[in-house]
Design a protein around this ligand. Sequence first.
Ligand SMILES: [Zn+2]
Length: 164
Amino acid sequence: MVFFQHLMIGLNRNMADVQLTDHFTLNEFTRSALALRHGLSNVPGVLEITNMTRLAHHILEPVRQNFGFAFSPSSGYRCGQVNALAGSKPTSQHVTGHAVDFEIPTIANRILADWIKANLVFDQLILEFHHANDPKSGWVHCSYRQNHNRQSCLIFNGMNYKEF
Ligand SMILES: [Zn+2]
């Protein structure tokens, strides 16, 4: 209830920022250079915000706690138009608020992904645009669902997907 009261206050203040969890805000999930450039508002509904809150709680907060560094998602929620501009499929979990992309400065993405794989419940974990000879390359994409999380782990090198 407290969360939804915060949410309504936030929406009433013309999308002033809303704290989703201790260290992550709604604005960090919705801000988008693509949306700005194309004059799109990229505003999620309550369902998408609920999904982002679960994502922050079950994935981002434990990652922050373990590695001990502040970081901010590079891409969270994407409305259909922004998602299409990003070159992503309409079925992308970013559209429903289930997926987030992030990196932690100074931590190699491969180490970050391996830790998530070993320690967290998630739906899909993808090392995006990652090359084995460069552990810092690309970024981590991770999704979380309320139920039926698949624990699927993939590396995408820009051409092909393979499991890890
Ligand atoms: Zn992603």
